[in-house]
Design a protein around this ligand. Sequence first.
Ligand code: NCD
Length: 306
Amino acid sequence: MFKEKFREGIISAKQFDRDDIDYILKKGKEMMNVKNSNILNGKILATLFFEPSTRTRLSFESAMHRLGGNVIGFSSGEVSSIKKGESIADTIRTVENYSDCIVMRNPLEGAAMLASRFAKIPIINAGSGSGEHPTQALLDLLTIQEECGTIDGLNIGIVGDLKYGRTVHSLSILLSNFDANIYFISPKELALRNRYKEYLQERHLKFKEITKYRNVLDILDVLYMTRIQKERFIDQEEYERVKNSFVFREEDLKVTKEGFKLLHPLPRITEITPDIDAYTDKAIFFKQTNYGLHLRKALLAELMAD
Ligand code: NCD
């Protein structure tokens, strides 16, 4: 069922309804008990990364190895024939002959969508410019569900670069399947773009836009901090102006609720100080990277297992 619905791959969080989310989170949880398996024996995953990555690429590759499959690919656009001028379409029509599924990260917002039009095998969008990053959002939800026991009913703050942050876009879209209260927190110039807000309004997501997280910190169950996306700014002076908009420090934890959780897709730059790292009951961003492995194992198994 999942395999059939997602046979072209995972391009946008908009493909997921509540049943799909519940299903894949359940499968992700089950994968926590599967360290190694051979269900993807004989399968090949291609990871095509045209932008830097640590967690996304390595967790997909680790997931594939853990399930008995193999991995090919590249971790920089500099070493593929795209550098010589080859199109994404031609690259995809080539790589699909060598693999069973393609995970791709590209600086162009429409790249994953374009790739899926040409591919006969599933494409997984591992980040498309300042557009979307749906598998990160799924692992964010798995983290919240496991750590808070629920997603419905929570007060969730999403802070930072809401304009260019692709994880924010996919996470908000997925959250529109839940009955949570969302606070979008950013400087005005980095607010969520209208096309996302309109979509979320149509889907009746309950959200407010504010500029300071400290105004709501005491009522939040989850704070999802994000990095200001330096590489997306056309005007570097604007980046300099907003880059230190938010810095979450140890003292901020004092006003938070007992079950409060601080998430971050990572990498963090200056927006969370390292003195937080000792508070692992609340600061769970490294645990989040582990949930990512299991969620990605579940996705790969669903898309590729016979
Ligand atoms: C994010 C990304 O690439 O969008 N990283 C990740 O996949 N965990 C977040 C970011 O780069 O800020």
